[in-house]
Design a protein around this ligand. Structure first.
Ligand code: FPP
Ligand code: MG
Length: 329
């Protein structure tokens, strides 16, 4: 099993510099805001996005350098803090009480304060970005912000109207998750001033990785043995249709489909319905079918890497692809 520690190893010092950069830059005035900010930053999660920025920067750097430098730390900070803010807002939207094994910001301080904390993080992020004078990096990262919002709105519209299809699901996850992973990979290349075609290639790599990442997230929502720090079957309880259920619905006849959708509607209130739908999706091959789609994206990501020479950074990015498929957290 590939660990994140192994993947981070070739850029360990740069990730350390990035952590120090964030701690220095992200400060807030006022006791409550400061406490909330510390809370949000103390459990940032796996750090996939900064790792991706660093590895992409290192692999695309014109020559081997001891340290990647401030432009790369700034790029990593911009994407990571957008991610942090978006999850704080996402937990408000999903009315989720847990994140990474502890109370979500909204559960601990109420939703209106959580919205404001997310806003503060975004505002501070832009502030730091603009004061740095590295406008190409700021513009590049900002171009992915709208996609996140579009993805979330489209997702809630499809859920409310009952119009989720495989195509809308793929559009949604491309926008809400894959776009920011794509930006993480491309901004890494941009930060070391790689040629435009390399920046584009890295975006495609990060997007394919991001599609796989979100599909695995949706599979783990159905897995009792997972360690995500989120409640099991949160998606079903929210009435959210993701790829494992879609795969089963796609294969079902009209009557069976209606039955399954009625069961999903009961999931908001009844735990027995949640468990029944979870076992149905597993028994009817929904998880395996979703995993197959995920493997297709990972294969595409790996193919894109093959145009780079062998290096510890390319190996780490290939390992990141394997990690996304194997992860249980
Ligand atoms: C998690 O999805 C949510 C996202 C990846 C995107 C969230 C985006 C917004 C709330 C739009 C606002 C954007 C900004 C920049 C503030 P999920 O609910 O499927 O995952 P989960 O199970 O981890 O909650
Ligand atoms: Mg959520």
């Amino acid at each position: 099993m590939i660990t994140l520690d192994t993947i981070r190893k070739p850029v360990e010092a740069d990730l350390q510099a990035f952590d120090e950069f964030v701690a220095r830059q992200f400060t807030a005035e006022g006791d409550l805001l400061d406490e909330m900010l510390r809370y949000a930053l103390s459990s940032r999660g796996k750090g996939i996005r900064p790792t991706l920025v660093m590895l992409s920067a290192a692999m695309n750097a014109p020559q081997e350098t001891e340290r990647l430098g401030l432009r790369v730390s700034l790029a990593a900070m911009l994407v990571e803090m957008i991610h942090v803010a978006s999850l704080i807002h996402d937990d408000v939207i999903d009315e989720s009480s847990e994140r990474r094994g502890r109370a979500s910001v909204n559960a601990r301080w109420q939703s209106h304060k959580a919205v404001l904390l997310g806003d503060f993080i975004l505002a501070r992020n832009m502030n730091i970005g603009m004061s740095s004078g590295q406008y190409d990096i700021v513009a590049h990262v900002c171009s992915s912000l709208t996609a996140l919002c579009e993805g979330e709105i489209f997702q809630s519209d499809c859920a409310e109207k009952g119009t989720m299809t495989r195509q809308s699901y793929l559009d949604i996850i491309r926008k809400k998750t894959a776009s920011l992973l794509g930006t993480s990979a491309s901004v890494g290349a941009l930060a070391v001033r790689a040629p435009h075609e390399r920046v584009v290639l890295m975006r495609n790599f990060g997007e394919a990785l991001g599609m796989a990442f979100q599909i695995q997230d949706d599979i783990l929502d159905y897995s009792p043995a997972a360690h995500t720090g989120k409640p099991l079957n949160n998606d079903l309880r929210e009435g959210k249709i993701t790829l494992p259920l879609l795969a089963v619905l796609d294969r079902a006849g009209e009557e069976r489909r209606a039955e399954l959708l009625a069961l999903l509607a009961r999931c908001r209130e009844e735990e027995t319905a949640v468990e029944q739908l979870r076992t149905t999706v597993e028994r009817e091959g929904g998880l395996a079918a979703a995993a197959e789609v995920m493997q297709g994206y990972l294969k595409h990501a790996l193919d894109l890497l093959s145009s780079y020479e062998d290096s510890p950074f390319r190996t780490a990015l290939a390992n990141l692809c394997a990690y996304v498929a194997e992860r249980d957290r």
